[in-house]
Design a protein around this ligand. Sequence first.
Ligand code: NI
Length: 260
Amino acid sequence: MIFDTHAHYDSGAFNADRFEILSAMPGMNVGGIVNPGCDIESSRTAIALAEKYDFVYAAVGWHPEDIADKFTEEAFSELCTLAEHPKCVAIGEIGLDYYWDREHKEEQKKLFRRQIELALRLNKPVIVHDREAHGDSMEIVRDYPGLRGVFHCYSGSAEMAKELLKRGWYLGFDGPVTYKNARQSHEVIELCPTDRILIETDSPYLTPVPFRGKRNDSGKLIYVIEKIAEIKKLPPQEIERLTFINALKFYGLEDINVQT
Ligand code: NI
């Protein structure tokens, strides 16, 4: 069974067939999905989807890209309440994005820290989005030694990966590992122990080869598994099994009864 640790089924890209596609997942060998939120609305939808489907779990969080035009204190306090939902398994996605928004760095950092503190208070891991903000992301992470988390769609250096692994963090890999220019992420996969790898689609984005350019969904995670298997010199079934176990452990779901 495959565990997609990061997919946005609340996205408008799934408006036409959201329920059909999610209902089809168990038949496509997908046994678990975590749907992170990016603002209050998508966090609400993530929780609603998790309530509807046994195998879907939610994370709630405020994405750095959505701070400037959407953030309100009132919405944030609702988000803090949603975070206590029993099917909310993490706080995310949160972090820093200097690719889309270089103008609100201070606001991004402040909200990143507030959400880390929320995660620590609730004893949940964080899902970190770090785009072109490696230095500042690491500086913040270093301030919270007890924090558990994943750098989703890991795009940093091998050196940074080593530091995160040493601190107990997980690294998330997506469709781009199948792209031609993925040399750096292959190097990181090579050095990353198999018990710290999480696989994710970031659906509807980051579709792997051979479907690059089309809408992504959790069924396409097999191409990411195959690439990681090739790099790790292990059978794809073994990567599928190990990453499923990693996801259960990371999100605190070891007690759920699924056949891996
Ligand atoms: Ni995402």
